[in-house]
Structures are given as C-alpha cells and as structure tokens.
Write a protein that binds this ligand. Structure first.
Ligand code: PLP
Length: 475
C-alpha cells in the first residue's frame, strides 16, 4: 500500500466525518465498555498494513466520537475547526517540523513570529509583548506565571532561577473566587500552593469585586501577583481590568489575565469595551483552539516583560544551535516545551483566512447566536436565564435541580445538541457556549426545539407518574 493511496483514502474518511456532522447525533453513542471492547486486547503480535490500520481505527472509534465540530455542540467552551486551520493542521503532520529551534524549522519559527505579532495586534496588546505557542491556556498560565514569579522576586533581590524557592520571600497571589482552576494548577507547578492564595469574592455575575481586591492587595507588601479574568466559564462575565490595572500599577503587583476565550472580545470593535484596560496587564493567557477555531491543541502565552519571560523559560546547552541578539527568534526560549508540534501553521492559516474583519465577525456572530438562544429559551415555561448574556455564554435552568438535570439529559440523549451542566452558586444549571464558526441560526432553532420537546416530555412524564423519573437506558 503506497503512502499516496493511504493519505487519499484518509482524506476521504476525514471528509466523510465532516460531512456527517449535520445528520449525526452530536454526542457519542458508545459507552466506555463498548469502546474498550472495540479497541482493546493484547499487544498486536505483528505488523498490519497502514491502510487497514487507519480503516480499522476509524471504524472502531466512530461511535465514540463526539461531534465537536458540529454547529450544535455547545459544551464547555470548545470551538470548532476553520477549514483553512484544519487543512494547515494536516500539513503540519506531513511536514513534521520541530520548531523548538529555528534550525529545526526556519519556516515554522517565522510563521510563529508572524502569527504571534498578528494576534498581539488584533487583541490590542503592547507591541513589546513577547509570546509563546503552547498547548492551551493551562500551559499559557504556567509560562506567564513563571515570568511573574521571576519578576516579583527579582524586585526583592531574589534570583529564583538560581536559588529556587527555598528561603525566598513568600509570594502572594490575589485572585477571584470565580477564577478558572487551571490558574491554581499552574501556580502549584510553580511552587505556589493554596496557602499563598488570597481569594476575593465575586459580584454575583462572575466578576471579581474590585473594592475587595484593592483592599487585599494593599493590605500586604509581600511580592504580589494578581490574576484577573476576561470571560468567566459559566456567565462569560468580565473582571474590570482597567480598575484592576490601576491597583496593580499603584502597588507594583504583577497583573496576569486569564483571557482563554474572553480576550477575543478585544478583536471586535463592538465588544472591545468589555476588556478595557486589558493592554495594561503584565501577561495574558489565551486559547486559539477555542474561539479562533484552530484544531486542538493550541494556545498562546503573552508577556509585557520579554526579559522576565525569557529568563523564566530559556535553556542553553552546548549542542543546541541558538543565536544571539538580532538573530532569529528561538521559540524554545519562550516555551516550557523543548520539542513540540509546529502549532503556528494552523494559527497562521486561521488568521489569514479570516482577516481582522473575519475574526471580529466570528466573535460577534457567536455572541448574537447566544443572545438569540437566550431570548428563545426564556420563552419556554419554567426556564430562567441566570446571566446577563454579555458574550457567548448562556446560563439557565428549569425550575428545580432535578428538572434542570432531567431536561439537560433528555436533550443530550436526543442527539440534537450537546451541552454541559454546572453547579452555579449551589444550584444546578445548564451552560451553553457558542464559539464555533459552523453554528447557524438553524442550529439555534433546532436546539431550542429540542429543549421545548424535552421540557414537554418531562412535564408529561411527571404528570403521568408521581413516582420519580423513569430511568432511560443509555445504549
Ligand atoms: C478553557 C479555559 C482554561 C483552560 O484552557 P485550556 O486550553 O483547556 O488549557 C482556562 N481559563 C478559562 C477561562 C477557560 O475557559
């Protein structure tokens, strides 16, 4: 079997998957035992023809695939894959560049240089900001907060790269109650544990209370990092970055922004006001696999202090070919990874295919769909939308916790849409996230219909039987 035939047949399989999205159930139909039975077994004794391998794999995994690229996948905050980005991602595997060093992939390194600068510009971040292509926002936090750790300790005369944390001044991190858990994990990796976190309550809409944050920061003169958020995962709410930047500037604290999906508001003239002041921060963590619709995985770390960023990340060894000042950018100096995938190609392709206007339009269209859904769902008896739909997230519930969970399960089992649940302020809720270029008005209409039918069904069953909900078998 030749490579040409293998790749041509594989392209057909990929195209078949993408063309099946409109008609297939959005959720997976196979359960874990079924998938283990399809895929498991002892180590294969010998080789198998590559085409047979890929055919067998594609057939075996098919019922366990979630139609994430579908316009009716609204779970978590995920995003789809723009055609140009998916195609560039295929080529990335074929090209197999290793862009840790310029010498291992000059084109990959320069594409990252260009795409990073484009992103910085689109998001209104300072021109001096350095950046790193990373697997996602989690690793972006790690990168940015390592730079923050370097910077705040250096200001106290402590070289953390040389001496480590033992005996160092204790770092304090001030952050909001509704932050994303990936921030805590990044801090943990950096030797900053829970005891060093000062948690500030939120305003009830997902944004941190700036008065309380100011008090917390001013109370103590320890080296301080403030973590703010653009886009809370349930409500899409924004911290007031401009006011928080005032606090950070006055006190000398480092301001890091978790902008995983919310920072994309900066790319839209209509929504930019939500992230006013974002450009004044010291570092930013951003996902490109979510709202930019680049295939997984892909994120960006940006830092307003290139020296701190580089000091925290760079390595040297005699065998590595690294340049001096003015030489090509060595990606490895900015990322926690050594070898890695050339993620820049897909990001470049996404940005090139959309342009400045297209990125703004994608963000605005997603938000309009979210508002359309919120308007529609409130008309269903018993439904209450819990958030002000400022962005692309809709948080809602139906009566009590039990009904909310039952309606959600019924919609997911119908296969019409996939949405995830949450517990928000102690009560069950459903959270719909729109961040896929594929989502259309028809997808929103179909999803609303699925909710109307689910609510009707739950009502009828509750009317017929006073006993608890009947268990539906999941095949
Ligand atoms: C998704 C998300 C993260 C984590 O991003 P990954 O890309 O999964 O590492 C962090 N913060 C927020 C607000 C998010 O939505």
């Amino acid at each position: 079997m030749g490579t040409r035939e293998l790749l041509e047949r594989t392209a057909e399989t990929a195209i078949g998957w993408l063309e099946s999205l409109d008609g297939r159930p959005v959720g997976a139909s196979a359960g874990v035992e079924d998938l283990r039975a399809r895929l498991g077994g002892p180590v294969p004794a010998g080789p198998l023809d590559p085409l047979a391998v890929v055919d067998e794999l594609a057939r075996a995994v098919e019922p366990g695939l979630v139609a994430i690229p579908s316009g009716r996948y609204f779970g978590f905050v995920i995003g789809g894959g723009l055609p140009a980005a998916v195609a560039a991602d295929w080529l990335t595997s074929a090209w197999d560049q290793c862009p840790g060093l310029y010498a291992c992939g000059p084109a990959a390194a320069v594409v990252e240089e260009v795409a990073g600068a484009w992103l910085r510009d689109l998001l209104g971040l300072p021109e001096r900001a350095s950046f790193a292509f990373v697997p996602g926002c989690q690793t972006a936090h790690l990168t940015c907060l390592a730079a923050a750790r370097h910077h705040v300790l250096r200001a106290r005369g402590w070289d953390v790269e040389e001496r480590g944390l033992a005996g160092a001044p204790l770092i304090r991190v001030v952050l909001g109650a509704k932050r994303h858990v990936s921030v805590d994990r990044a801090l943990r990796f950096l030797g900053i544990g829970r005891a060093s976190l000062v948690v500030v309550p939120d305003d009830g809409a997902g944004a941190v209370r700036v008065d309380r944050l100011r008090e917390a920061v001013e109370k103590d003169s320890a080296p301080t990092i403030v973590c703010a958020q653009a886009g809370e995962i349930n409500t899409g709410g924004f911290d007031d970055l401009d006011d928080i930047a005032d606090v950070a500037e006055r006190t000398g604290a480092w301001l890091h922004v978790d902008g995983a999906f919310g920072l994309w508001a900066a790319a839209s003239p209509a929504l930019r006001h939500l992230v006013r002041g974002a450009g004044r921060a010291d570092s930013w963590a951003l996902d490109t696999h979510k709202w930019l619709n680049v295939p997984y995985d892909s994120g960006l770390a940006l830092c307003a202090h290139p020296d701190a960023h580089r000091a925290a990340m760079s390595v040297t060894a005699d065998y590595l070919v690294q340049g001096g000042p003015g030489d090509p950018r060595e990606p490895m100096d900015w990322t926690p990874a050594f070898s890695r995938r050339a993620r820049g190609f897909a990001v470049y392709a996404a940005l090139r295919s959309l342009g400045r206007d297209g990125v703004a339009e994608l963000v605005e269209r997603s938000c309009a769909h979210a508002r359309r859904f919120a308007d529609g769902v409130t008309e269903i008896p018993g439904c209450r939308v819990l958030n002000d739909v400022v962005l692309n997230q809709v948080l809602f519930r139906f009566g009590d916790d039990r009904t909310t969970d039952l309606v959600l399960r019924t919609v997911v089992e119908s296969g019409e849409a996939w949405i995830s649940g949450t517990t928000f302020d102690g009560r069950r809720a459903i959270r719909l996230s729109v961040c896929n270029w594929q989502t259309s008005e028809n997808d929103i209409a179909r999803t609303l219909r699925a909710f109307r039918e689910a609510v009707g069904g739950v009502r009828r069953r509750d009317g017929q039987k006073n006993a608890g909900p009947r268990r539906r078998r999941v095949s």
